[in-house]
Design a protein around this ligand. Structure first.
Ligand code: FUC
Length: 761
């Protein structure tokens, strides 16, 4: 009896010690993953893996970002522009169905659908005799980017660490046992045209993509390091001439005999250089000692501010792991996909999802993770110029509501929602944002402005006059993804107005193209303005046809509140009220990404408690559902904190990180507002708003390292819901307005000279 008590005490003490060592930025679980969305993601922007943490049978499913179906292809429908005017005329005549039918026949992408991102394979580790592990724990430390599995079986203590090194360009697995013990390692291929074994080499079905994956092993008596690399023949959307095996051999040769400790240290250094730029402390909670899935289950009814911190930093972690310079942008699932028929092809849906992926990137100080999107834009501008010519007989470039690895830009799927003209325009606003945050003039001159100019030029040619009012708008297009094909949806007008304003500001900053500036300014003034409808709502369409009971997941017409800034409480109070009314009509319940959008919107409506309520819905246990077992599907987050539409879509994770940031700090883009052109002329850098939407559930905290438009680094401390202090470090010398609790103060900011604020401005 005595011995038993002592043993139990010893276990408890050991357990407490383990908890004490637990970094608060850790996701952890006391059993292996049962399904893929229980597994833990690691990645380096190009290669990603999901670690299941099985004891006897470990599965590490892995991806390479260019393993896709398809091949280089131009999707434009040759001569589609011939039906453009007839489609518009049918719409003006109120014949929407006829217009959609004609468009379906004459105006759609060839082929009608785009291609899909694929899984590559699994790394399997079989450990005989480890079926009944004790002292089991698996975890993902966001601060180191390392997934760890620990357990004891048959008197042997095992430890496995997995990370994907960006500097070494490989998945690294370290297996350690307390005594020498056997286990086997093999690769399992996710494609028909390839055999399981030590090397995977094959071709994706119906695709020009060939892939190769292989590993090296470094072993001593009780530890083994596996170095796994994966590559394809993909070089660009037009070129698949690389040799995947040669790529892998040279990666492995470059790593050579580097020790595990060196590889690990290099990886941590590289990861933390990005991850540690922002810290957030919202206070601890007793529940931090519980496994992450239990905390998620308890979040809505308990108090666990540290879980909000974890969600915030998980989004930053996923960004670092899925979007690195030189790679592809994060897909609908980031980098992680175990299916060869994934939902929506796990491609790029840019009528919200791709942009939402990048909402937190600048403000949470990960600017360089934005670059893969800009590399994709360079290719989209080339492919989209052909679509602009063939579909609109227009100059410039256009992207409709999806793109893929092959840079399809033409309207896909169905004419009632596939014909949406402002994908390229919205994506182009990200170029300007990158400039606003970084102040990088060279980027503006060489990358951003040429692309923005091309996107704007398309609309110089493609905008049409409303026959009733003579005002300008886009069409045919749609308010994503409802209401069918129309002329002049509100969202398009908001996006084009922003794009024109920003292009003028960019040309002015570079001192180029005065004629174009004048032309865009004049056209911008003629774009149909925003309207308030019969229910006090912001109209979603030109006509006042909004249905106040419509709870559609897309809230497209609120684009001008967030991510745009045409509607603000200061500049446009009536529109602000109407937009808020529209969001109230839409309701709080939504798919994962839609909650991500609503969270940001409620923060922009300066209502922290409503934003928090949305976050509680977002941070609830999710389920994919099971029809056979009559289990309903449910949005929220899965056990591994992946956001659920459902199914898993990563946009909601990034939307959540952006939304938490918007609660703490907002900054203005003076160029996108109707008064912006004056603002640009007066050199106004906009403003910073400290704690604009702080929820009462997060009364105490500290954030460091956030970035604001205009190039300011911001740290804020608050207590009992009130500002204690803030430090604003300007990267450039410029005027600055700081706003807090209804007060404003002006500063003449000097580059590198921190401005310290106390509890009042
Ligand atoms: C848009 C959304 C869907 C989904 C898909 C990937 O079509 O309307 O909800 O997120 O993208």
């Amino acid at each position: 009896m005595k011995t038993l008590t002592v043993t139990a005490f010893a276990i408890l003490t050991a357990g407490a010690a383990a908890v004490a060592q637990q970094s608060p930025l850790t996701l952890w679980y006391n059993k292996p993953a049962e399904i893929w969305t229980d597994a833990l993601p690691v990645g380096n922007g190009r290669v990603g893996a999901m670690v299941f943490g099985g004891a006897a049978h470990e599965r590490i499913q892995f991806n390479e970002i260019t393993v896709w179906t398809g091949e280089p292809h131009d999707y434009a429908h040759k001569g589609a522009y011939k039906s453009l005017q007839p489609i518009r005329e049918l719409l003006w005549a109120g014949k929407q169905k006829e217009a959609e039918a004609l468009a379906m026949k004459e105006f759609m992408s060839e082929p009608l659908h785009q291609k899909a991102y694929q899984s590559l394979g699994d790394l399997i580790i079989d450990t005989p005799g480890a079926d009944n592990p004790t002292n089991y724990k698996r975890s993902l430390d966001l601060d180191t980017g390392i997934a760890t599995t620990k357990f004891t079986a048959n008197g042997i203590t095992w430890s496995r660490e997995v990370f994907v090194s960006h500097p070494a360009n490989a998945i690294i697995v370290r297996i350690t046992s307390s005594k020498p013990a056997p286990f086997t390692v093999s690769l399992k291929c996710g494609h028909a045209d390839c055999k399981d074994g030590a090397t995977l080499s094959g071709q994706v079905k119906d695709s020009a993509i060939r892939f190769d994956a292989r590993f090296n092993k470094q072993t001593d008596a009780t530890s083994t390091t596996l170095i796994l690399t994966a590559s394809t023949n993909f070089k660009s959307y037009k070129d698949v001439s690389a040799d995947p095996a040669a790529r892998n051999t040279s990666t492995l040769a470059a790593i050579g005999k580097k020790s595990y400790d060196t590889l690990r240290a290099e990886h941590i250094r590289d990861h933390q250089a990005l991850f540690r730029r922002v810290t957030l402390d919202l206070g601890a909670a007793a529940s931090s000692a519980l496994p992450t899935d239990e905390r998620i289950a308890a979040f809505a009814t308990g108090s666990d501010p540290a879980l909000v911190t974890l969600l915030f930093q998980f989004g930053r972690y996923l960004m670092i792991a899925s979007s690195r310079p030189g790679g592809q942008p994060a897909t609908l699932q980031g980098l992680w996909n175990d299916s060869n028929t994934p939902a929506w092809d796990s491609k790029y849906t840019d009528n919200i999802n791709t942009e939402m992926n990048y909402w937190p990137v600048e403000e949470t100080n990960l600017s360089e993770c934005h670059l893969p999107l800009f590399d994709a834009l360079k290719e989209l501008a080339l492919a989209g110029a052909i679509t602009a010519k063939e579909h609109y007989n227009a100059r410039g470039w256009v992207v409709h509501h999806n793109f893929d690895l092959w840079r399809g830009t033409a309207p896909i799927n169905a004419s009632n929602h596939g014909i949406w003209q402002t994908g390229g325009a919205w994506l182009s606003t990200h170029l300007w944002e990158h400039y606003l945050f970084t102040g990088d003039k060279e980027f503006l001159r060489t990358t951003a402005y040429p692309l923005m100019k091309g996107a704007a030029t398309f609309f110089i040619d493609a905008l049409v006059k409303d026959p009733k009012t003579g005002l300008l708008y886009t069409g045919p297009s749609n308010s994503p993804e409802q209401g069918g094909l129309v002329m002049g949806p509100t969202m398009d007008r908001e996006i084009v107005r922003s794009l024109f304003g920003e292009t003028v500001a960019a040309a002015k900053a570079l001192n180029v193209d005065p004629d174009l500036r004048e032309q865009l300014t004049a056209l911008r003034g003629k774009i149909a303005p925003l309207q308030i409808g019969q229910h006090g709502q912001l109209q979603e369409w030109m006509e006042d046809t909004d249905d106040p009971t419509n709870q559609h997941r897309h809230v497209s017409h609120l684009w001008a509140v967030y991510p745009g800034s045409e509607i603000t409480p200061y500049g446009t109070p009536d529109l602000f009220k109407a937009a808020r009314q529209s969001l109230i009509f839409r309701g709080d319940a939504a798919t994962g990404w839609s909650m991500g959008w609503k969270l940001n919107l409620w923060a922009r409506f300066l209502d922290g408690d409503h934003a928090y309520k949305i976050m509680q819905n977002l941070l609830a246990p999710a389920s994919d559902g099971n029809k056979a077992l009559k289990i309903p599907s449910h949005p929220g987050v899965f056990k591994n904190m992946f956001d659920a539409h459902p199914p898993f879509q990563i946009d909601g994770n990034f939307g959540a990180t952006a939304g938490i940031t918007e609660m703490l700090l907002q900054s203005d883009d003076p160029y996108a507002t109707p008064t912006s052109l004056t603002a640009v002329q007066s050199g106004d850098a906009g403003f910073l708003h400290l704690l604009p939407a702080l929820p009462s559930a997060l009364p105490d905290g500290k954030v460091t390292g956030l970035l604001a438009r205009g190039g300011f680094e911001v740290s804020i401390t608050w207590k009992n819901g009130k500002l204690v202090s803030a430090v604003i470090t300007p990267r450039q010398s410029k005027p600055l307005k700081v706003r807090y609790a209804g007060k404003e103060k002006d500063f003449a900011a000097k580059a590198g000279q921190p401005i310290s604020l106390g509890a009042t401005l």
